[in-house]
Ligand binder design. Structure first.
Ligand code: URA
Length: 245
């Protein structure tokens, strides 16, 4: 909990259930109370520990948020950027709050599951190299490769062009064609890791999408560019349902 003061409309909408304009409309109708008093001013300042009721229901404020974003192509995994739109810029207003950042980086041209949060400890836990939380990707590549050789190589630990030795990864063929499609599961997050892994087998990654973080898959009903809050249950799946290999 923080004792920081924020506008009541912002605090309510930051919990992700109703938009700022809906909150303002509810305040006008006298449907919001603060510590037992009806609120008349949307700009009144509150803390995250004040007692707020919306439409007769207690607002259970959370200190942190965990957001699943289906990241589009062309957006950078950062909180702010001089040139490009970031994963935080494209969140809907009702999910925006201070100190949001992506837990783990996806390249600008990578799509799929990006977890955005304001919880540094949580991010550290799932990203820490010693935790080996898996990340699952679908990769389309420029040309066929020797699948059995690559599968064995990924499993034994690819040695990148610069000599970096990677941890074991799982490669499975999804679609066999001139531009084959693979599923890849890795348990670390080195710079351009999947692209460099395929490069060491003579192929360029032409499309890359992250489809799961640990045991939590990307919600495939979430349109590209859309975001929603994760439930507490889903958050637990990341580590608890993660299949170790
Ligand atoms: N590996 C890559 O090469 N790029 C990503 O965005 C993620 C993993």
């Amino acid at each position: 909990m923080t004792a920081k003061k924020e506008r009541i409309d912002k605090v309510i909408s930051s919990q992700g259930l109703i938009s700022r304009s809906e909150v303002k409309a509810l305040i006008k109708k006298g449907e919001v109370t603060l510590n037992g008093e009806v609120v008349t001013d949307s700009a009144v300042k509150v803390t995250y520990s004040d007692d707020i009721f919306v439409n007769g229901e207690k607002l259970f404020q959370t200190e942190h948020v965990y957001i699943m974003l289906n990241k589009p192509h062309g957006v950078v995994s950062a909180s702010n950027d001089k040139n490009d739109k970031t994963v935080v810029d494209i969140l809907p207003d009702e999910l925006k709050r201070k100190n949001l950042f992506p837990a783990g980086r996806l390249d600008k041209d990578t799509t799929g599951f990006c977890l955005v949060t304001d919880d540094g400890d949580f991010a550290h836990n799932i990203l820490s190299p010693s935790r080996h939380v898996t990340k699952t990707y679908i990769a389309k590549i420029s040309n066929p490769i020797d699948y059995e050789k690559a599968k064995k190589g990924f499993s034994e630990g690819v040695v990148l062009a610069d000599g970096t030795v990677l941890l074991s990864a799982v490669l499975s063929l999804i679609e066999d064609s001139d531009n084959p499609v693979f599923k890849v599961i890795i348990k670390e997050g080195k710079y351009h890791q999947i692209k460099r892994m395929f490069a060491s087998f003579g192929a360029t990654v032409t499309e890359l999408k992250r489809i799961a973080i640990g045991g939590l898959p990307l919600d495939d009903s979430l349109p590209v560019g859309s975001a929603r809050l994760l439930t507490g249950e889903e958050l637990k799946f990341i580590v608890e349902n993660d299949e170790k290999f």
